[in-house]
Design a protein around this ligand. Structure first.
Ligand code: PMP
Length: 407
């Protein structure tokens, strides 16, 4: 795997250890040395509580943190840094929207629309808003191949719809959803569009304005950045009117015995000491992605995903969920093998040194719709190789025999 004959795997210390064939990237990616260095550099050379002190170290810490915000703003084409809120992860960003926007703007008689393919992180917060407000929760269904019928979506979004929440890419089917089209339908009815970008940000260029996202949440750890840092983008006009999600230090302008004036955006939504080292790592991860380029990353992911899919199609008793086309998988292959429990499939792969995920993938309503309780999922990143795809296919092909079934 080379681009101008450079082997990107050497940027990843853990991959160089050759401990495992790591194809559980949808759960979390590996990190390049530059990300590890950036996080360490913060603690070694610039550590102080950001946004507080006026002495040089604290100013340096603040600059690192705020420069990361500029990098994120440009990465997703937001209009201003005020629209970029640092969170812990996607889950926290979506909960922020649910508690702060949802509970104050949605009431009984209103409707919330989500898709059947949501990760629980973009479902449970809306179930909570529905329960607390009395608003109805409605579902955009998908077809067996993971596509959504926009006519059905149009029929589902009504004058009562206040919010539509949808994942950009399903973490089970890997298919990209037509977010811009769904957002246009939502906006035509005056509803806001919430997008879960956890699985899209590691694989494609994001333009939140072109997507028509009013809110867009993602996690650093899936795009080669550190764990514990995530981003919520929100349109300024909406964020300005929203109450804080958490309160305490950092997020105030002034406090009296019985009240407080909140800080301006984005700090209004960043209560307590922030994860500046994580932000430094995320900044480095985005710069790493930009140095490799999404074009090259997509070309590699597609080649490896196609190789695995083609190999799997020839194995009897193996069923792949979602589209037949590698282009519609974003590196994710979720599959089942007749009569073998997905955890047993995973155990066989583990015995061959391959790391995949088995279970419900935090998307139980989608799995119920697909008619299964659990599945096995392989997920590729640009640094995976054809050799790894071949080893994976070979291992999958051997599962039934090793579990005691004949041909
Ligand atoms: N949404 C999707 C589509 C995901 O794949 C994940 C991670 N599995 C999440 C949300 C939650 O991300 P995090 O655990 O980083 O909050």
């Amino acid at each position: 795997m080379t681009n101008n004959s450079y082997d990107y795997r050497q940027d990843f210390p853990l991959l160089m250890q050759d401990r495992t064939i790591y194809i559980d990237n949808a759960a979390t990616s590996q990190r390049p040395q530059s990300v590890i260095d950036a996080e360490m550099d913060f603690y070694r050379n610039h550590n102080a509580n950001p946004l507080r002190g006026s002495y040089p170290l604290s100013v340096e810490a603040t600059d690192i943190y705020e420069n990361a915000r500029v990098t994120v703003k440009n990465f997703i084409n937001a209009s201003s840094t005020e629209e970029i809120i640092f969170t812990r992860n996607t889950t926290e960003g979506l909960n922020l929207v649910a508690y702060s926007y949802g509970l104050t703007n949605i009431s009984a008689g209103d409707e919330i629309v989500v898709s059947i393919m949501e990760h629980h992180s973009n479902l449970l917060p809306w179930q909570m808003v529905s329960r607390q407000t009395g608003a109805a929760l409605k579902f955009i269904e998908c077809e067996q191949d993971g596509s959504v019928d926009l006519d059905k979506v149009a029929a589902l979004i009504t004058d009562k719809t206040k919010l539509v929440a949808m994942t950009h890419v399903s973490n089970v089917l890997g298919r990209e959803n037509p977010i811009a089209e769904v957002a246009a339908l939502a906006h035509a009815k005056g509803a806001v569009m919430v997008v879960d970008g956890a699985q899209s940000t590691p694989h494609m260029a994001i333009d939140v304005r072109a997507l028509g996202a009013d809110f867009f949440a993602f996690s650093g750890h899936k795009l080669m950045g550190p764990m514990g840092i995530g981003v919520l983008y929100g349109r300024r006009e909406l964020l300005d009117k929203m109450p804080p999600f958490l309160s305490g230090g950092e997020m105030i302008d002034s406090v009296t015995r019985d009240g407080a004036k909140f800080a301006e955006l984005p700090h209004k939504f960043e209560a307590g000491t922030v994860n500046a080292a994580g932000a430094a790592g995320l900044d480095a991860a985005i710069k790493y992605i930009q140095s490799v380029g999404f074009d090259y990353m997509q070309e590699r992911e597609l080649a490896v995903t196609r190789r695995a899919l083609e190999g799997m199609k020839n194995i009897p008793h193996v069923h792949i969920f979602g589209s037949d086309r590698a282009e519609e998988h974003t590196g994710i292959i979720t599959f089942a093998i007749d009569n073998v429990h997905p955890h047993d499939v995973s155990e066989v792969l583990i015995a061959d040194g391959i790391a995949v995920r088995a279970g419900h993938h935090c998307a139980q309503p989608l799995l119920a719709y697909l008619g299964v309780n659990s599945t096995t999922r392989a997920s590729f990143m640009f640094y995976n190789t054809e050799e790894e795809a071949d080893a994976f296919v070979k291992s999958v092909a051997s599962v039934r025999e090793r579990m005691g079934y004949g041909e």
